[in-house]
Design a binder for this molecule. Structure first.
Ligand SMILES: [Ca+2]
Length: 492
């Protein structure tokens, strides 16, 4: 059988909760019919995780199949060294694929392994929503007029139409949206007229159950990661989608809800633009009578807080941020409406895609292929543990301390070490160390930290052993940081 085409669509900061087939509280007011179509005609993963919930490192792990401490991209400020790491696109290119990338790249280096690419420049690789600039392979800078999601979609469609149809293709369509600041396409301006967006139960969470390490630890300013802080930003008369007005005399709680409503409206309108893009790409493949010969993947570099725990942004390893959507349509192997709850990590993406492409997986990739699991094979290898780590201690005024941990089917264990170590862009100030333990079955929103509770002492011990083993398995043992080892002894 001929190698399948592979269409990999990745957005930026798209929470699974903002895709209607995931069935969150938002599904009552917001629908993503085109993205849902991939799940309805394929598989939806409930437990796909980023191994470092921030853009550049997540993207580097997807391209290389390696953790950031191996490929060198631990923080937003690190650049990928393409010559020093395995590369998903280059391996597929060698296996006979036509390869292309359009949209956000954000790895601070020139892409390698693509026959054609145009990636967003400006703002350190984030790009702009309106009239964006791109760098094009062999041609340099290009300015485009219009809205970024539509421009990237147009580039992908043009390339699909012009390609050599005798060869399989690998197309990465990487949207900038819905990254902040949430500039939506004008056609979705009235999407929520007369509607209230449901509020998460944890918007005003009392974080007293947590370890000292993850509370606001006496920050002298309102942490930028909170919805309260968005209120202040939204009141700026020059705010990009227009200021929030009429709430000057509101209570603290009312201001929080007003900020939440504006945040979600702008964010979801931006997502609606992505859903349009997915519809156009699927329609083009149908038009070319090649949709069923194509592995279509929809995912995001990591998740996003949509007001849960009073947060926006990501970085924290709580579920809304660490978990990404992952949908795959490939009718040759995947039964429609499959729902998979097996664990998958972003280091598994490259091996999985290579497996679909009948290409050899380089030995130095650290993940493994989930193709069998996605196809429902009972004997297929299953991931038991996802190891994750956030290195960029306190960066960007977001007050997220450095930490690592593991997620299993039932549990999440997080250790906040609260030190910058030698990570690029990390802040020098130390924060308290602490452990947190959550039972994801009985407490899916992580509102009851169990670490230190006598009844959970055995589970905590077992999970600490598993964490230790995962760190050894992935060669991330921290033995070069003596100050960190002592912090492991903290008891709460
Ligand atoms: Ca991102």
């Amino acid at each position: 059988m001929r190698q399948p085409n592979i269409l990999y669509i990745m957005s930026d900061d798209h929470a699974a909760n903002a895709i209607s087939c995931y069935g969150s509280r938002l599904a009552a007011v917001f629908h993503t019919p085109n993205i849902d179509r991939i799940a309805n005609e394929g598989a939806r993963l409930g437990n796909f995780f980023s191994t470092n919930a921030i853009c550049t490192p997540a993207r580097a792990s997807i391209m290389t199949g390696q953790y950031g401490h191996i490929n060198g991209v631990r923080t937003l400020d690190d650049a990928l060294r393409p010559e020093g790491s395995p590369n998903l696109a280059a391996v597929l290119q060698e296996a006979g694929y036509d390869t292309a990338l359009f949209g956000k790249w954000h790895l601070h280096c020139e892409p390698v392994g693509f026959d054609e690419y145009k990636y967003l420049t400006k703002h350190g690789g984030q790009g702009t929503y309106r009239d964006p600039d791109f760098a094009e392979k062999d041609r340099g800078a290009v300015n485009c007029r219009g809205y970024v999601t539509d421009i990237i979609t147009g580039m992908a469609l043009d390339w699909l139409r012009a390609r050599d149809r005798r060869r399989p293709f690998f197309l990465m369509c990487h949207h900038k949206a819905p990254h902040d600041l949430w500039e939506y396409p004008e056609r979705h301006e009235h999407l929520f007229d007369g509607l209230d967006i449901p509020v998460p139960d944890s918007l005003f969470e009392n974080k007293g159950h947590r370890s000292l390490a993850s509370r606001d630890f006496g920050a002298s300013v309102t942490p930028r990661s909170t919805v309260r802080n968005l209120y202040e930003m939204f009141c700026d008369p020059d705010y990009v989608t227009g200021p929030l007005t009429g709430t000057e005399n509101s209570t603290f709680e009312e201001k929080g809800i007003a900020a939440y409503q504006k945040y979600l409206r702008d964010y979801l309108r931006t997502v609606a633009g992505i859903d349009d893009s997915v519809g156009a790409l699927l329609a083009e493949l149908e038009e070319q009578a090649t949709l069923d010969d194509t592995v279509v993947i929809y995912t995001s570099d990591q998740g996003m807080f949509l007001g849960e725990h009073d947060y926006w942004d990501k970085r924290w390893s709580y579920e809304e941020s660490l978990r990404s959507p992952f949908l795959v349509r490939y009718p040759r192997e995947i039964t429609p409406q499959s729902v998979r709850d097996d664990l998958m990590a972003n280091i598994d993406v490259a091996p999985t895609v290579l497996d679909y492409g009948e290409a050899d997986v380089p030995e130095d990739m650290q993940g493994f292929s989930c193709r069998g699991m996605l196809g429902g094979e009972p004997e297929a290898a299953r991931r038991q543990v996802v190891y994750f780590r956030y290195w960029m201690h306190l960066a960007h005024g977001l007050h997220v301390p450095a930490h690592y941990g593991i997620r299993t089917d039932q549990w999440k264990l997080i250790f906040y070490y609260g030190l910058p170590l030698d990570a690029t862009g990390a802040q020098k100030e130390k924060t308290p160390a602490g452990w947190e333990l959550y039972d994801m079955e009985s407490d899916p929103f992580e509102l009851h930290n169990l670490y230190g509770e006598t009844a959970c002492a055995g589970v905590a011990r077992e999970l600490r052993q598993k964490l230790h083993e995962a760190k050894q398995q992935y060669d991330n043992t921290d033995e070069q940081y003596p100050g960190l080892k002592e912090r492991l002894e903290v008891t709460e």
